[in-house]
Design a protein. Sequence first.
Length: 415
Amino acid sequence: MAASMATTAASGVAAFGSIAAATASPASSSRTVSFSSRGFFAASGEVLGLSFSSCSVRAGGFVTVQDGVAKQGVRGRSLQVRADAGASGPKSGQSTFKVAVLGAAGGIGQPLSLLIKMSPLISELRLYDIANVKGVAADLSHCNTPAQVSAYTGASELAAALKDVDLVIIPAGVPRKPGMTRDDLFNINAGIVRTLIEGVADHCPNALINIISNPVNSTVPIAAEVLKAKGVYDPKKLFGVTTLDVVRANTFVAQKKGLRLIDVNVPVIGGHAGVTILPLLSKTKPTVEFTPEEVEELTVRIQNAGTEVVEAKAGAGSATLSMAYAAARFAESCMRGLDGDSDVYECAYVQSEVTDLPFFATTVKLGKKGVEEIVAEDLEGLTEYEKKAVDALKSELKGSIEKGVTFAKKQAATV
Ligand code: NAD
Ligand code: LMR
């Protein structure tokens, strides 16, 4: 959070940066934050010890704050930052989007809701959970940012939570404990996602859907089947959130190669479990050379990063804070696409024809209707290591997709 606040003591400027931001190395005395020209809000007060006063920042790109001096720069499309000076706030000039978070009282749901409450693009934030969500909403509603917050508890309030929202984010479900795979969550989370997606189909069939609940490789195909059965499936609007894999890849590569975090972008393709998570290190921006040993070490670390957190938490859950950060970044990118930004790219797990599998994560371009383009070039010009890894991941991913489809079809048949 602290790193998402750009401050300059000298100018008294502060703004919430786009959560596409990366922070400076902890070893550095500088604080770096990037922001979309429309992805921040002006605020005043003191947050986490950073004094700041009301402001507006009127240029895209990023700001590096070092010794009280702000330096601005721009980044390319791969980091999803607009570089057009002169814009501020939503294109429409007001907060426009209604967003529902399903599972909002959970480990991810709470910090995610806080982060997206800070977006200037949101007019309404609806928090839904089966328990404990009223307090979360009361608490969040005191933040003086534009989004109006409301709480919805249990199945009887799901319809009201979803009515006419533009974006639904789903972190509902159980997390892993040490020794479990993501697929071990299937039996509980598949049913949770199915029920919630039925609600989406009935009450906000045109919304973009961001699925976080694991196993993402299966829960997204489940959602697709439920939407198809309800006659409202639009593959451009359904996303498995894999942003955390990109966030981790960027962090680990920057650390390993001594790069500024804010400059690094590593596309991550495939899916979101074990070997199906494939960072394309050869496509790292800026261009950087890796030894074969570094490729192996980084790939394995990125693939096992979720387990690294599960083990460190020792039974108290899986990644929540980094996931909230990643999901907020992805949600903001979705809304910027909806709002007409022309240069918004993220990796996501979507229906795709880039391989012979029906779902695959690659870079996608986000637009007014969701997925505007799938960047098939991600799969071109791969190294031998990456080509072999793509071949190797397909059988596991295929099995996870089929498991989800079979579950959804069986459930539909018994209703
Ligand atoms: P958590 O247990 O802390 O929170 C889950 C929340 O979901 C709880 O508040 C619970 O009450 C709620 N919930 C359960 N059933 C529900 C239902 N039917 N309707 C609405 N809400 C319901 O778990 P968490 O740490 O927040 O993780 C949530 C999910 O996200 C897990 O499946 C986890 O594996 C997954 N996850 C995915 C990624 C990713 O990269 N996609 C990263 C981290 C975690
Ligand atoms: C992650 O990658 O952190 C999540 O998928 C949670 C998990 O179970 O590892």
